[in-house]
Design a binder for this molecule. Structure first.
Ligand code: SF4
Length: 76
């Protein structure tokens, strides 16, 4: 799955949300998150992010951000 990491905080661009084919972006406290259960791992959003905040969860610190994304996506 892909996850949203800290550069997204206070970012106002929504380009990633628009391209996601399964609409799995949700609003966290002050940044967007991806619902890992809905993400189909297509990778389309990654190059769309202007602040480079979207990464695969295999990235360094990916586990930590996976938990955060899961937590905020679950609020919805
Ligand atoms: Fe959506 Fe694809 Fe990005 Fe997952 S990888 S959040 S399915 S655009």
């Amino acid at each position: 799955t892909y996850i949203v990491m800290d550069p997204c905080v206070k970012c106002k661009f929504m380009d990633c949300v628009e391209v996601c084919p399964v609409d799995c972006f949700y609003e966290g406290e002050n940044f967007l998150v991806i619902n890992p259960d809905e993400c189909i791992d297509c990778g389309v959003c990654e190059p769309e992010c202007p602040v480079d905040a979207i990464k695969p969860d295999t990235e360094d610190e990916g586990t930590k951000w996976l938990e955060i994304n899961t937590k905020y996506a679950a609020v919805w």
